[in-house]
Write a protein that binds this ligand. Structure first.
Ligand code: SAH
Ligand code: SF4
Ligand code: F3S
Length: 449
């Protein structure tokens, strides 16, 4: 391919988990530092980065239709880079199947995008799916710079990768081994986010509660220690973290839920299934009983905590009776919200070749029953909050004039009307509950540090 003019505008489209959203933001900041500007809404960008997800087959296949959609009428395309977990898992296949893709870059290599861009502009097709020992974080520009503004809520990746190897999951292969970012770097990044306007920070990791480090005095600390330090930042009003693994739910972290006011009363703790046999086949290394015992301790520390989880239906060999155990677990917990998925066989994972793969119709039917139960509980949780007065951090304008949207401490979407602004904290009374959001009455604006 001949030389191409250097791109002036970019667009980053992120799919999948919040960690990809974080990576997408960091790529955007990196491109902005290179002098590119974000393409205006509705305009075609010179460079499009598709930041992809490989977790289920549907998510992974989406990249090819997205690439197709970028093609212009004359058959040409903007400069396309495929990033994220599909890039890591299927880099070569993407290059072979999609000639319009000029760059493939993995989740641990995207700090090298500028160099790749130069090679692509010179007419080459470049792939970088290395997992270098020196992390990308050290090479990325500091947060909150360039033409990217930080909103009232921000993500901060504190831990990456996974060593758990659940038998259905691609993440250990696409993201690599579990690594905790150093304490000092995280405190620095949190300061920058807060200085740039963040009032709520969500700490991210595939197993975020496995984060481990040393504080400023060289003492070994876990995620609760990090949260405690962050809670001391006066302008930071709220702290959340996701996603946690039941086996890393340390007592200190559970206790933190009862002790740190800025730590929001919400816990996303995926269980995946309600049968011990299935959990064992999944290599989850927790049982239903050990999972429920953790929830009991969390509820003892913070009685109003909202619980959330992930479920997979139709794991190979799952019987109707075992699926019924999942429904029983849901009934026992009373989740505030959950994600649930049909099992999707992923190439290279042990479960993909297990005996007893479940027919799609059976999975559909089980997913419907599970989601009916989860929706029922979500509505019940929202209804149970009616009459409560709580704080809402205003994140954006609503659809109607004068309407604002934000989140309750329990991560419910709340809308209300009145005098407010994005980034403000308001006190509201929860007045009407739907399955996915609540309507509230504005009580007062709360002063933030
Ligand atoms: N680290 C987290 C979640 C990682 S992926 C954890 O341990 O729970 C997010 C969710 O996607 C998982 O919790 C699981 O419910 C779902 N998932 C992962 N692999 C899947 C697969 N092959 N098929 C269907 N769902 C899957
Ligand atoms: Fe995947 Fe299991 Fe690791 Fe979660 S803990 S990322 S489900 S392998
Ligand atoms: Fe998807 Fe990778 Fe996240 S596979 S869920 S984008 S870690």
């Amino acid at each position: 391919m001949p030389q191409i003019p250097a791109p002036k505008t970019y667009r980053v489209k992120s799919f999948g988990c919040q960690m990809n959203v974080y990576d997408g933001d960091r790529m955007a900041e990196l491109l902005a530092e290179q002098g590119l500007s974000a393409a205006a809404e509705g305009d075609e960008a010179d460079l499009v980065v598709l930041n992809t997800c490989h977790i289920r087959e549907k998510a992974a296949e989406k990249v090819y239709s997205d690439i197709g959609r970028l093609r212009r009428e004359d058959g040409t395309s903007p400069l396309i880079a495929v990033a994220g977990c599909v890039a890591q898992a299927e880099g070569e296949e993407i290059m072979a199947r999609a000639p319009s893709v000029r760059m493939v870059v993995g989740p641990q290599a995207y700090h090298r995008l500028p160099a790749m861009l130069a090679e692509a502009a010179a007419g080459q097709r470049v792939t970088d799916t290395d997992m270098p020992a020196e992390t990308k974080f050290a090479a990325l520009p500091p947060r909150g710079q360039g033409d990217r503004r930080v909103g009232p809520t921000a993500f901060l990746t504190v831990q990456e990768g996974c060593d758990k190897f659940c038998t259905y999951c691609v993440v250990p292969y696409t993201r690599g081994a579990e690594v905790s970012r150093p304490f000092a770097d995280l405190i620095d990044e949190a300061h920058r986010l807060v200085d740039a306007g963040a009032r709520e920070i969500t700490l991210l990791g595939q197993n975020v509660n496995a984060w481990a480090g040393e504080d400023g005095k060289g003492r070994a600390i876990g995620l609760d220690g990090l949260i405690r330090e962050l809670a001391a930042l006066p302008a930071l009003a709220r702290i959340r973290y996701t996603t946690s693994h039941p086996n890393d739910m340390a007592e200190g972290l559970i206790a933190a839920h009862g002790e740190i006011a800025k730590l929001m009363p919400f816990l996303h703790l995926p269980v995946q299934a309600g049968s011990d046999r299935v959990l064992k086949a999944m290599n989850r290394s927790h049982t239903v009983a050990s999972y429920l015992a953790i929830l009991d301790r969390v509820r003892a520390a913070r009685p109003d905590i909202a619980l959330s989880g992930d479920f997979i239906v139709g794991f190979p060999g799952e019987t109707e009776a075992e699926f019924a155990e999942t429904l029983a677990l849901v009934d026992a917990v009373g989740y505030a919200q959950c994600f649930s998925f049909k099992y999707s066989p992923r190439p290279g994972t042990p479960a993909a070749t297990m005996a007893g793969q479940i027919a799609p119709e059976v999975m559909d039917e089980r997913l419907q029953r599970l989601q009916a139960a989860l929706n029922r509980d979500q509505l019940a949780f929202n209804r149970a909050s009616l009459g409560r007065t709580c704080e809402v951090l205003v994140e954006r304008k609503g659809k109607h004039p004068g309407q604002w949207l934000g989140k309750s401490p329990w991560l419910q979407s709340v809308h209300f009307a009145g005098e407010a602004a994005i980034g403000e904290m308001v006190r509201v009374e929860l007045a009407e509950a739907g399955p996915n959001s609540l309507h509230a009455r504005l009580v007062e604006n709360v002063a933030l540090a």
